[in-house]
Design a protein. Structure first.
Length: 191
């Protein structure tokens, strides 16, 4: 849709605030591509941009009652998305730092050879329920986005996210029991 497609944006936002899904779809269709480009310029990641666009619009839908109070929706949308992108970058940086720390910790563990670590991780993956295992492997080994996994498996993006959380927690618990370590140490050494 072109910019002119939202003739009376304020009225459209009032409909969204009242729960009108069609009006929300029009707003989404109007802004999602530009918003994705905006987020991509900040994050330099198509996958992160795609996920954040969906997260931002999900947040807007969940808090739709507040839309009637917003004077300039376009500015609001781009500020919210910029904040989401910056938060995502902070999280990515923290994960990279943590991953580097974990690699260092794993290298400093002479009792646990790499083959043993990999075997334990493989065992933990094999013990997962089929759906969780498939989500985990598609995400971690094939590097698919939540949306790509959802489409491939015919489940929702939120279900993918939940399965991945549960799978990771199950793996950490299994490995922790196997090597008699706390979950924190397991995360440091194995992930």
């Amino acid at each position: 849709m072109h910019r002119s497609a939202l003739i009376d944006e304020k009225a459209l936002l009032q409909l969204v605030a009242a729960g009108d899904e069609r009006a929300f779809t029009r707003v989404f269709d109007h802004y999602h591509q530009r918003l994705g480009m905006h987020i991509y310029r900040i994050t330099r990641s198509e996958q992160v941009a795609e996920e954040l666009v969906h997260d931002v619009f999900l947040k807007i839908w969940r808090n739709r009652e507040l839309l009637s109070e917003i004077e300039n929706f376009s500015v609001y949308l781009f500020v919210v998305s910029k904040n989401a992108a910056l938060n995502a970058l902070k999280k990515i940086a923290a994960e990279r730092t943590r991953f580097t720390d974990l690699e260092d910790a794993a290298e400093g563990e002479p009792d646990q050879p790499d083959d043993y670590r990999y075997a334990l991780i493989d065992e933990a993956i094999d013990r997962l329920p089929a759906q969780q295992r498939q989500v985990y492997l598609l995400s971690r080994h094939h590097r698919l986005s939540y949306q790509e996994i959802a489409e491939q498996m015919g489940i929702s993006r939120e279900t993918v996210k939940k399965y991945l959380q549960i799978a990771t927690a199950s793996m950490v618990a299994y490995i922790g029991k196997s090597v008699k370590m706390s979950p924190i140490l397991v995360l440091k050494i194995f992930f």
